[in-house]
Design a binder for this molecule. Structure first.
Ligand SMILES: *Cc1c(COP(=O)(O)O)cnc(C)c1O
Length: 363
């Protein structure tokens, strides 16, 4: 690793594989023999089209999708999807049922409620969002068009280890912070969306993976720029797509494919998360985990120091060792280590060592 690169545990935009950054640098001034940067070429050019199609195909291939799914590239971030999902998928009289497991699902619910189309069927708020629900704890309504869940709760550090039980209703998942980190039961899902800036690439791109039967049944009265159908009909080239983030994501996906796809990613994620959880547990009582053990996230490890007054010193000393981005979300405080696909194992080893060292030096 070049000496001026730090260990980046930021929650998003997050660390990208060094090999990808180097490749971008190599191609920066002359992309694909065009004599121009990828920033300077038309989204209608054959050179870009190859990137566009390659990224679409790779994403579907990695997810194990056959012809029954399509992928859309959009702007607006995951938060725009909070509204677009109900706008496109709900007919009058139908509801989206929501599992509220953290801040992002609260906002998704609120956006759906604004359109009079969302209903919470379980909330972990009273417990402080320390876990995700068991299937026995909620019931999907008979008028539900979909069951929405947040697969990984980036702020609270909890994660569904199995998709929830939709009871036959299509699952809609916000996978912004754990997409492509593990194999997925795609068939249980009708729609998956994710902001790119955690596990896929740079900010500015949102991917939507949608089952074709849902697409075919989607509403036809949505304005074209917000319509899944209109976007799909134009291969996400209705207007200028986020060219650079799509290009960079394509390189991330290429790297992921070369490293064993989703099972490779899952293995690395499990091993990285274990290093951090074990280090925290070696100092149990000094560090206090937020999530219940059954719901622990492999992507975002959240904890406090038992003596919260030590947290600024913890973060300061971490930073002095080149461990950055560890401050917890402003709504929960404490420490959050984000261990997305782009975070190298060596960074996680450095963090585990620091957790031991800081506790020893302090106690
Ligand atoms: C980061 C995040 C969001 C917000 O994404 P934007 O692209 O900034 O809108 C939504 N949901 C989850 C689970 C996230 O982690």
């Amino acid at each position: 690793m070049p000496t001026d690169r730090v260990h980046n545990f930021g929650a998003g935009p997050a660390a990208l594989p060094l090999t990808v950054l180097e490749r971008i640098r190599e191609e920066w001034l002359d992309f694909a023999g065009t004599g121009r940067s990828i920033l300077e070429i038309s989204h209608r050019s054959p050179q870009y089209d190859e990137v566009h199609e390659s990224a679409r195909a790779r994403l579907l291939r990695l997810l194990g999708a056959a012809d029954d799914f399509d992928v859309l590239f959009m702007g607006g971030g995951a938060r725009t999807q909070f509204s677009l999902v109900p706008m496109n998928l709900l007919e009058p009289g139908r509801k989206g049922d929501y599992l509220v497991t953290g801040r992002w699902s609260e906002l998704a619910l609120a956006a759906g409620e604004h359109l009079d189309g969302a209903r919470s069927i379980w909330s972990g708020k009273a417990e402080g969002f320390v876990r995700v629900p068991q299937p026995t704890e909620y019931t999907v309504g008979s008028d539900a068009a979909y069951l929405h869940y947040t697969s990984n709760n980036t702020i609270y550090g909890t994660q569904f280890h199995e998709p929830p039980d939709g009871g036959g209703v299509a699952l809609v998942a916000d996978m912004s912070s754990d997409i492509l980190s593990r194999p997925l039961d795609l068939a249980a899902h009708g729609l998956i969306y994710a902001g790119a800036q955690k596990n896929l690439g740079p900010a500015g791109l949102t991917v939507v993976i949608i089952r074709r039967d849902l697409l075919a049944a989607a509403r036809t009265d949505v304005i074209d720029m917000m319509s899944y159908r209109a976007l799909a009909a134009k291969r996400s080239l209705l207007n200028t797509p986020p060219v650079f983030p799509i290009y960079a994501m394509n390189l991330v996906l290429e790297e992921l494919e070369s490293r064993g796809g989703l099972s490779g990613a899952a293995e690395r994620s499990r091993a990285k998360a274990e290093l951090v959880y074990q280090a925290v547990e070696r100092s149990a009582g000094f560090y206090v985990l937020h999530a219940h053990s059954s719901s622990r996230s492999l992507m975002n490890v959240t904890f406090r120091l038992a003596d919260t007054a030590l947290e600024p010193k913890f973060l300061e000393e971490a930073e002095a060792r080149g461990l950055v981005g560890l401050k917890g979300h402003r709504s929960v405080g404490g420490v959050r280590a984000s261990l997305y696909n782009g975070v190298a194992r060596a960074s996680v080893e450095a963090l585990a060592t620091f957790l031991d060292d800081f506790r020893r030096a302090t106690c």
